[in-house]
Ligand binder design. Structure first.
Ligand code: GDG
Length: 484
């Protein structure tokens, strides 16, 4: 059978395929796996269940045939340069992203961006419909593809459709700004199961459905009025509830146990001048992450003499992100100005206040950084989950280190033994940093053990299994039993 006519019982749909195209100047192009939490979570399920993954391969204006990679069938969806600008950088990252993160930055509304979003969503839905077997399970991911569930249902009513939203779902007072609020809700309600990170996100969604569409939404069940097969009015139930995502805990523990990673952690501390306290921030360079707030707090602690640059330092990894979107360009300038100011005001020869890196590192280096850091600062202003917080905890197999965690990150619902902070309250953040600096070892251990227990017992495999268990249970008469 030719690869393009094969059909699959389990289909994942996400904006990006889990691969990058490598094209050497003189030589043949090839695909390289881009490891990520979602891949780790769904790859075993894919391999055990004859799975396919539909997504954009990351290069505009290029068509690729479907191909196999590590036992998974990958189905590329093509995007033009204009669609990358309008559907992806525009509507997804400059309309939905700021809106769903509580308008920390003002969202931009452009009708052409919306039209592109609709067209591209239809293309993803068509691609998924074309590879799904009769009665297959399809799992759609994230805010870039919110119209896909309803588009799929129209084309393929036999499918069982799940959707997972990786970012927050905002309160109705904010969501209602969206000129296309009804279309998006109707798009999502094409799914049988809609998953969110936090209970609060699922609650916001249910309220938006009640207020905008007037449907009944009680507890976790939304009742969608439809026409039955005989044309008579009928009700279709959609489940909307939270499934907090997690990480590949065993993978992080394995890295943290490696002698070369431990040696690298010691080397990092040494290269930083062997300070008493190393603090760490790791984020995509994004305005939702509160990077400026944490630098302000750290700068004030140095200014007030509560911390001394000769024995306390902050390492900030800010990996490049969405660099063609205007707000991200401005943010980069602001952050880099702040780093320069803090270092200029408080640095000493051989003792930099903030070590700032605007690039990405291999995962080994990230784990070495986690092990080298006494305090992890996660100060997001709004964050669906924040995997970095969980990765820090999973890596601390020595049961040491303190996690300072924003209550506005989804992870705060689970990681209650962290020092929870409101990042807008700079004085409170400073006090929490000092509490972390001064925390006795016994308390650090007690807290870290509790955090590690939570993360170990709720890893990413459990996350995908619990979502897929509920999803395959909604249409027991037709959805296949997935091995999870
Ligand atoms: C979205 C939601 C939700 C970062 N820099 C490097 C690097 N990273 C890795 C981290 C982590 C991932 O990227 C970032 O995940 P986060 O969860 O922290 O944040 P978002 O990118 O905003 O993710 C978020 C998530 O989706 C999942 O549902 O938790 O709330 O916004 O894994 O480690 N990895 C490497 N080098 C880097 O320089 N290797």
């Amino acid at each position: 059978m030719s690869p393009s006519s094969r059909k699959f019982g389990f289909v994942v749909v996400s904006n990006r395929l889990p691969v990058d195209r490598i094209e050497p100047e003189n030589g043949e192009g090839s695909w390289q796996r881009s490891p990520g939490g979602l891949v780790t979570a769904v790859e075993p399920v894919m391999q055990a269940n004859d799975g396919a993954w539909v997504g954009w391969p990351g290069i505009a204006d290029r068509e690729y045939d479907a191909f196999e990679s590590d036992g998974v069938h990958l189905v590329p969806v093509a995007l033009s340069e204009a669609e990358v600008a309008d559907y992806y950088e525009g509507f997804s990252n400059d309309t939905l992203w700021p809106l769903y993160h509580d308008v920390i930055m003002p969202p931009t509304y452009h009708r052409e961006w919306w039209e592109s979003y609709v067209r591209v969503n239809q293309r993803f839905a068509d691609a998924a419909a074309a590879v799904a077997k009769k009665n297959a399970i399809v799992w759609v991911h994230d805010y870039q593809l919110q119209l896909v569930p309803a588009m799929l249902r129209t084309k393929r009513p036999d499918l069982t459709i799940g959707f997972f939203n990786h970012i927050p779902f905002p309160a109705y007072g904010i969501y209602s700004q969206l000129p296309w609020r009804k279309q998006i809700l109707n798009g999502l309600l094409g799914a049988d199961l809609i998953g969110f990170q936090r209970g609060a996100d699922a609650g916001n969604f249910a309220r938006a459905v009640r207020r905008s569409l007037g449907y009944s939404a009680k507890g976790t069940v939304v009742e969608v009025p439809e026409k039955g097969p005989d044309g008579a009015p009928a009700i279709r139930s959609v489940i909307a509830r939270h499934f907090p995502i997690s990480i590949d805990v065993a993978g992080y523990e394995e890295l943290a146990e490696r002698e070369d990673v431990k040696a690298r952690a010691a080397e990092i501390r040494h290269e930083l001048g062997d300070p008493d306290v190393v603090m760490l921030g790791v984020d995509r360079l994004d305005y939702t992450k509160g990077i400026g707030h944490r630098m302000k707090a750290f700068g004030e602690l140095l200014e007030e003499g509560r911390l001394d640059v000769r024995n306390a330092t902050l390492v900030q990894v800010a990996s490049p992100s969405r660099e063609r979107v205007e707000t991200y360009k401005t943010l980069r300038d602001e952050i880099e100005l702040t780093v320069g100011r803090v270092n200029g005001d408080f640095g000493a020869i051989g003792h930099q206040a903030i070590s700032y890196f605007h690039h990405s590192y291999p995962r080994e280096e990230m784990v070495a950084l986690f092990l080298a850091s006494d305090i992890m600062l996660v100060t997001a202003l709004r964050d669906g989950m924040n995997l970095v917080a969980k990765e820090y905890v999973a890596s601390r197999i020595d049961d040491d280190g303190v996690l300072v965690l924003s209550e506005f990150a989804g992870a705060a619902d689970e990681l209650k033994s962290a020092l929870l902070i409101n990042p807008h309250d700079i004085d409170g953040l400073k006090d929490a940093i000092m509490a972390a600096v001064e925390m006795p070892q016994r308390e650090r251990q007690t807290r870290m053990r509790a955090l590690r227990k939570r993360v170990r017992e709720h890893d990413v495999e459990r996350w995908s299994a619990s979502f897929l268990d509920v999803l395959s249970g909604v249409n027991p008469d037709r959805a296949p039993d997935l091995e999870t």
